[in-house]
Design a protein around this ligand. Sequence first.
Ligand SMILES: Nc1ncnc2c1ncn2[C@@H]1O[C@H](COP(=O)(O)OP(=O)(O)OP(=O)(O)O)[C@@H](O)[C@H]1O
Ligand SMILES: CC(C)(CO)[C@@H](O)C(=O)NCCC(=O)O
Ligand SMILES: [K+]
Length: 252
Amino acid sequence: MGAKSVFATLLLEVGNTAWKVAAYRPHQQPEFLQRGYGFEALKAYLQQQVFADLALASVAASELTDNLRQFAQQQNKKLVIAETQAGFGIAHCYANPSTYGVDRWLTLLAARAAQTNAIIIDAGTAVTLDVMDDQGRHLGGWISPGFKLMQEALLQRSSKLRVATQAPSETLGTSTENAVYLGCQAALRGFVEQALQQSQPKLADTRTVVYLTGGDLDLIPEETFERFVYQVQRRPHLVLEGLSRWFEQRPE
Ligand SMILES: Nc1ncnc2c1ncn2[C@@H]1O[C@H](COP(=O)(O)OP(=O)(O)OP(=O)(O)O)[C@@H](O)[C@H]1O
Ligand SMILES: CC(C)(CO)[C@@H](O)C(=O)NCCC(=O)O
Ligand SMILES: [K+]
């Protein structure tokens, strides 16, 4: 093995499926390092890294956060945990902030940097929409099952369905596998189109940026945006970008 990199702070996002680690860089974009699955793999990965602080954003069960707390203590690391909160130039619209997913809130924080209207779509385990105006007012959003979850739900509730593991080269499925894959992809694309369509009248006529993030972002083709004038940015690590901003701006 080569020389180990030394990082002052690692950023850790734990979703419902995957975890992602990046290195914090003051006043810069974080450097993406690793994605993985499961707590054991995460522990093994972190044990190989040289770092002092760990900044965590998790939407997984609180048990995982407890386990990470214990791990950090054993390893003599400082753990700081991001939570949805007031301030940071954002007025989110949930009456109870603790019920608004911290991953969603962090994408608002990342998008706030551009000070434009933002339509944020995270295609992960769940697909989420969050709409924020150019004043940092969060207007609300949507939550729906993600691409993989839709397929799993179909498989669980039927006996004859199968799923393609690779993108079919046809647009209309001529096999069960392809029909399921293409149908779920169409639902995802439809979510995106509806998101843009229904957000449009809610946003002032200033610049609007569409941010696409999440593990399934490549399933949303450019054609989806042809009818809209918005600038589209594919930012696979938008939650980690937001976590980086939170870490930088948080009161000690
Ligand atoms: N090995 C894998 N296991 C599970 N999902 C995978 C894998 N590789 C790619 N994916 C895709 O990643 C998607 C999950 O996206 P993401 O990586 O953003 O998960 P996540 O961070 O857990 O999501 P969320 O934040 O919604 O919980 C799945 O729908 C799936 O299509
Ligand atoms: C919607 C998910 C699962 C997306 O990761 C997460 O943000 C979450 O658990 N949110 C809590 C519910 C809410 O944001 O309204
Ligand atoms: K996510």
